[in-house]
Design a protein around this ligand. Structure first.
Ligand code: SAH
Ligand code: MG
Length: 195
């Protein structure tokens, strides 16, 4: 992995105010990936490819990442970044709205990373569960959304997002077939395993 180029990609994303994965969230995810050595990862929300590039280091030898992004400009930048990192063989971008793309997918995944429109998290969860291998892991970033999700916050224009994130947490914690941990690192990360 070319750390210099990776740092450039990260710094440009931060300058452009692209909400890439936070360092302390990565620190929680990396050991999970090291243990799992995934053959397949599905990411919902590529942005410029930063998290997918980071995750790709922990794939098994033949492992692959499919990642979905709906904004054309970001797809183009992600493709460039992936090329610069020489990861075209490992990271495959699917361009389009995840709400439309997910129901068309049939391959199963060891890890699903949810990091896109917060209002769609319950739907993304439903699809992630369908596409997850036994013993697979679902990671949901920004699950605590600046702390709004845990408080009694409900007056803001973001309340639909907050309601849907709360619904996500409720669904993963009430489902007896699942085991979930909510970690306060970064903007909050939900780690869900199929028992
Ligand atoms: N995972 C990236 C950051 C993703 S930011 C990283 O950590 O590096 C969230 C991205 O999700 C944005 O680029 C946004 O355009 C995309 N997105 C939001 N809703 C989406 C949807 N319904 N389908 C596809 N992409 C979506
Ligand atoms: Mg995020």
């Amino acid at each position: 992995m070319n750390e210099e180029i990776l740092l450039e990609i990260k710094q440009k994303a931060l300058q452009d105010h692209i909400p890439i994965i936070m360092d302390d969230t990565l620190e929680v995810i990396i050991p999970l990936l090291q243990e799992k050595k995934p053959e397949s990862i599905l990411e919902i929300g590529t942005a410029v490819g930063y998290s997918a590039i980071c995750f790709s280091q922990y794939l098994s030898t033949e492992g692959k990442i499919d990642t979905i992004e709906r904004e054309k400009e970001r797809v183009e930048e992600a493709k460039q970044n992936i090329k610069r990192m020489k990861l075209e063989e490992k990271i495959h971008i699917i361009e389009g709205d995840a709400v439309e793309i997910l129901p068309t997918l049939t391959k199963t995944y060891d890890v699903v990373f949810i990091d896109a429109a917060k209002g769609k998290y319950p739907f993304f969860l439903q699809e992630a569960l369908r596409l997850l291998k036994p013993q697979g892991i679902i990671l949901a970033d920004n699950i605590l959304y600046k702390g709004y999700v845990l408080g009694d916050y409900n007056k803001h224009k973001q309340r639909t997002a907050v309601r849907n994130l709360r619904e996500y947490i409720q669904k993963v914690t009430q489902n007896e077939a699942l085991e979930t941990q909510i970690v306060e690192a970064g903007d909050g990360l939900a780690i869900t395993r199929k028992k």
